[in-house]
Design a protein around this ligand. Structure first.
Ligand code: XIL
Length: 373
């Protein structure tokens, strides 16, 4: 009997040992930081994310990213809606989120024709202001914003999208009122406001040789004047049929040969067809179906090509280390991308590095397998 009792006791002890949770090795979650040892991966964040309304995306960013850019909250129409009124609420949330998560922050952007508050270039009658008024407004705008975030924001896109694809100056009101001089003026005001921050030019379609030549000329001019310019930003909004890789790489090389760093600042790649302005829009329903071919998910065949293209893009980036210090993706997951609504509204797009389920795209998993632990 005694024998049976001790056996039962042993059995009970064994059962208890089995059901007691055993210590497990800590789960190792691969981080993008491991896959990109040579440059920082950044992401553009929305107000919603920094405000705490998108906690899954916020923790994904905190896990993988050390560098953030303000997607909209520092643009003139948001931060300086009226001449005598700044609204720092959204930008302050961006900076708070960055500081709390120990991230490097890039301000975007100081002088840009788009998303500029309507008052900026006109007088009370709606007529273009005189050059001295515009100079004063630019200086006041740039100085106020830089001073507010001094010591916290690491760098600024000073002038965005100044040059057209044919290499000529975009005829924005800045150019029409001040001529070419508005670019060095913007850099001068930024440098005078805070000589410690990095200052950038930024534009899209950088594979255009004519555009590259004009930017090289602008950079030489800034340097001759003793002004600070730290890098040329290639926005890198790509598609399934652009950019032309040879010309894209030639553009990167042209800046590196000039002794100026290049960074890739708004990376995304549309998986849907590129919209050409000449498209026939007589049958809107058929046209929309043609423009939005993957509303229920990206077919594997398209996904494979998309992933190959993103790998190709990164192979170019990798060749220019150490002259590339940052690659910033323009949004967190496909669901967050502005491309769902641009250049036409209501498409289901797949341009970013994480899918709608917050999962890494295959090219990133491959990269982690190659470079990560
Ligand atoms: C886009 C934002 O992502 C959208 O949310 C907004 O509605 C429009 O602007 N070039 C730029 C970015 O420099 O600021 C733009 O961002 C995308 C194109």
């Amino acid at each position: 009997m005694k024998h049976y009792l001790s056996l039962a006791l042993l059995g009970l002890l064994a059962l208890a040992a089995c059901s007691k949770p055993q210590p497990q090795p800590a789960e190792v979650i691969p981080s993008l930081k491991d896959a990109f040892p040579d440059y920082k991966i950044g992401v553009a964040v929305s107000y919603d994310l920094t405000r705490g309304n998108d906690s899954v995306a916020a923790s994904l960013v905190a896990q993988h990213i050390k560098n953030i850019v303000a997607e909209n909250c520092m643009k003139c129409e948001v931060i300086h809606p009226e001449e005598l009124r700044y609204d720092f609420d959204q930008a302050d949330w961006f900076v708070k989120y960055g500081v709390e998560n120990g991230m490097q922050m890039i301000g975007h952007c100081l002088i840009w024709h788009s998303q500029c508050a309507p008052w900026f270039g006109v007088d009370r009658r709606g007529k273009p202001v005189k050059p001295e008024v515009l100079r004063h407004r630019m200086k006041e705008h740039i100085t106020t914003i830089l001073k507010r975030y001094e010591g916290r924001v690491h760098a600024w896109d000073v002038v965005n999208e100044a040059i057209l694809d044919d290499g000529s100056y975009r005829p924005s009101f800045f150019y029409q009122i001040l001529g070419e001089e508005y670019i060095p003026l913007a850099f001068q005001y930024a440098y005078e406001a805070d000589s410690t921050v990095e200052l950038y030019l930024n534009d899209y379609a950088m594979s255009s040789p004519a555009k590259v030549q004009t930017y090289l000329r602008i950079i030489r001019d800034l340097r001759q004047r003793g002004l600070r310019i730290d890098a040329m930003g290639f926005q890198s909004h790509m598609g399934m049929d652009h950019p032309n890789w040879e010309r894209f790489e030639a553009a990167v090389k042209a800046f590196v040969d000039e002794g100026i760093d290049v960074q890739f600042t708004e990376v995304d790649m549309s998986a849907t067809p590129t919209i050409h302005e000449s498209a026939n829009i007589s049958d809107t329903v058929a046209y929309m179906a043609q423009c939005n071919p993957y509303p229920d998910g990206l077919p594997d065949s398209v996904s494979v090509v998309w992933n190959e293209r993103m790998t190709r893009f990164l192979s170019i980036v990798d060749r220019y280390v150490p002259h590339v210090r940052r690659v910033t993706v323009w949004g967190v997951t496909d669901a967050h991308s502005w491309k769902n609504d641009w250049p036409i509204k209501g498409r289901t797009e797949y341009p970013l590095w994480f899918d709608r389920q917050y999962q890494m795209k295959p090219f990133l998993r491959d990269r982690l397998a190659r470079y990560g632990e």
